[in-house]
Design a protein around this ligand. Structure first.
Ligand SMILES: *[C@@H]1O[C@H](CO)[C@@H](O)[C@H](O)[C@H]1NC(C)=O
Ligand SMILES: *[C@@H]1O[C@H](CO)[C@@H](O)[C@H](O)[C@H]1NC(C)=O
Length: 388
């Protein structure tokens, strides 16, 4: 009986709905639910994340942990717009390395940075277009307090990862470790572009690990004294990891550097490896294929978006503060429109022909309307690395 009653009420509700006077025309949402583990959805998510990583100039390559939500909006013709919500984790490759996230390693849990991205992804089957219109992401370092709470014995030793580079010891670690690298280099010398990551730990004394971008200094070792003036616009050529332990009298310094392969522009340029072949959709790998669409040229084809970094969730609420935990732990806004009926966005630049092509964009669907088959399975299912 306990079970029957709701069914009866349900039937009544449906029945009465059918006989009530017609309401003013109400458009049900045109957004279709899709499964977050569907193979085509996963390949669109990979593709969108590849676009996001390629678009960025700063930070580390993001890897896909899971598809958190997906909604499909069929457009005129064999096209659709996908509203993707992706849970992501930073890898240890800098975005300037232009590596695919599948070729990058994750970081140790304690040095992890994770978060969520929203992306609008457009797919046109016959015109063979896969394009990320827009994205936004929010990232935070893993909460140190939560790690200690779930794993009190973890040897975290008061370390923390951050983007706060103001401590003079951070710069000291970078310059001393780079000096060591340069002193071991037989010819080329490098100078610091900027620090990209720092972690602090206690190893019998304060210990600093930093990561930083380097560029070639315009002189070799033999000219070292005249190396102070660098051409300001030379590009970063690699990422170094250096560390320094401050307590001991010898101050051990260590350094390793990885050079970005893509730096030397090859004849034929970026477009040499971009034959997508017939896009039989799902099997699209995340790599250099954005340009595969018949859209080689237009500069306007790059997605628009940004990645914001917020502090560790555990740090956000200092002890005794009145402030409550943020309502939304990973706020990510991607609203090209607030009009519930949607707005057409011009995407003619994606097509070869002279016609004006548009896509109807709706407000980004809210989390409450999540598809039933979402989120999908996570690569890394540690709850400390999953946005709530
Ligand atoms: C993306 O996020 C930034 C803030 O991080 C916001 O200013 C911007 O409006 C967002 N973009 C869209 C399209 O909503
Ligand atoms: C996701 O899809 C793969 C391949 O289709 C399947 O092997 C796996 O069991 C699915 N996982 C879940 C949680 O549904």
């Amino acid at each position: 009986m306990g079970l029957l009653l709701p069914l009866v009420l349900c039937a009544l509700a449906v029945g009465s709905g059918a006989t009530s006077p017609p309401l003013p025309v109400f458009n049900p949402s045109p957004l279709l639910s899709r499964g977050c583990n569907d193979s085509d959805v996963l390949s669109f998510a990979n593709f969108a994340l590849g676009d996001i990583n390629r678009d960025r100039k700063d930070g580390y390559v993001l890897s896909l942990n899971r598809v958190s939500d997906v909604r499909e909006h069929r457009q005129d013709g064999p096209a659709a717009l996908y509203y993707l919500t992706l849970d992501v984790i930073e890898t240890d490759c800098h975005v300037l390395s232009r590596k695919s996230w599948k070729d990058c390693k994750g970081r140790a849990l304690f040095h992890s940075v994770y978060g969520q991205c929203k992306a609008l992804f457009y797919m046109h089957k016959t015109a063979r277009i896969l394009h990320t219109l827009s994205y936004n992401c929010t990232l935070r370092p893993v909460s140190k307090r939560s790690i200690l709470r779930t794993c009190p014995d973890c040897p975290v030793l008061g370390g923390s990862v951050s983007r706060d580079f103001s401590d003079p010891s951070v710069l000291e670690t970078a310059t001393e470790s780079l000096a060591k690298y340069n002193s071991e280099s037989t010819s080329k010398q490098y100078s610091l572009v900027k620090i990209t990551m720092v972690s602090r730990q206690w190893v019998g004394g304060p210990s600093y690990s930093v990561e930083y971008l380097i560029k070639e200094a315009p002189c070799t070792k033999s000219q070292a004294s005249s190396c102070t003036h660098q051409s300001p616009d030379s590009e970063a050529v690699g990422l170094c990891k250096g560390s320094l332990i401050k307590s001991s009298r010898v101050k051990p310094v260590s350094v390793t550097c990885d050079f970005f392969k893509s730096q030397a522009p090859t004849p034929g340029g970026e477009n040499s490896a971009v034959n997508l072949g017939p896009v039989q959709l799902p099997k699209v790998e995340d790599s250099q294929q954005k340009k595969s669409a018949p859209t080689d040229a237009p500069a306007t084809a790059v997605p628009k978006g940004s990645v914001q970094y917020l502090p560790d969730l555990g740090d956000e609420k200092p002890q005794g503060s009145q402030e409550s935990v943020p309502v939304e732990a990973f706020p990510v806004h991607l609203d090209l429109t607030r009009n519930p009926q949607g707005e057409p966005v011009d995407i003619s630049f994606l097509f070869m022909g002279p016609e004006k092509e548009t896509v109807l964009v709706l407000p980004f669907p809210s989390k409450e309307q999540r598809s039933a088959e979402c989120p999908g399975p996570a690569q890394e299912d540690n709850p400390l690395l999953l946005p709530p």
